[in-house]
Design a binder for this molecule. Structure first.
Ligand SMILES: [Zn+2]
Length: 176
């Protein structure tokens, strides 16, 4: 995969004037806890993705500013595209949670939240990557709300339009 801009960037600065401590941390793809997704479903994506970022945030801060007594200022910057891994079906042999979960199944495109807010910034769903027959297929959501399919195995050049009740095996969501 090519190097893309991170989904989220954290910039930390110690607020003390005598302290030089600074740290930058990035998250390429947000990987929310799969068991939380399986438990609550994708309608809870905003909260589950936020938790995942807050965990990283917390870890970075406590690791890199250990000796620091002063408060640390954190700036959270969202990239032009925020990618969220949502590999619900990868989890077949997992846990009781996976087996019992009503969310461990293909989803129709309209089930993914069309808007989410992370750190107070709201973004719209612009695309979904699905997995099918050992192959990834992209689904783009236009501003007008209709969906197009990007499948490099398809023979036809024109992008077929599909309805939002179309079923996919979700792998990655992209918000802009
Ligand atoms: Zn400091």
């Amino acid at each position: 995969m090519m190097k893309i801009e991170p989904s989220v960037k954290f910039e930390y600065t110690c607020t003390s004037a005598d302290c030089e401590l600074r740290w930058t941390d990035t998250c390429e793809v947000i990987s929310p806890r799969i068991d939380a997704l399986l438990q609550n479903g994708v309608q809870d994506l905003e909260a589950i993705a936020t938790q995942s970022l807050e965990r990283q945030h917390h870890r970075t801060r406590s690791t890199n500013f250990k000796g620091c007594q002063s408060p640390v200022h954190a700036e959270v910057l969202l990239g032009p595209v925020v990618l969220i891994e949502i590999d619900l079906l990868a989890d077949e042999n997992m846990s009781k949670v996976g087996k019992a979960s009503p969310h461990n199944r293909p989803h129709s495109l309209k089930e993914f939240p069309s808007m989410i807010a992370l750190f107070g910034q709201s973004m719209r769903l612009a695309g979904v990557v699905g997995f099918s027959d050992h192959h990834y297929i992209g689904y783009g959501r236009r501003m007008s709300g209709y969906w197009e399919v990007y499948n490099d195995l398809a023979k036809k050049k024109a992008l077929p339009k599909i309805q939002d009740d179309y079923q996919v095996n979700p792998y990655l969501l992209g918000y802009v």
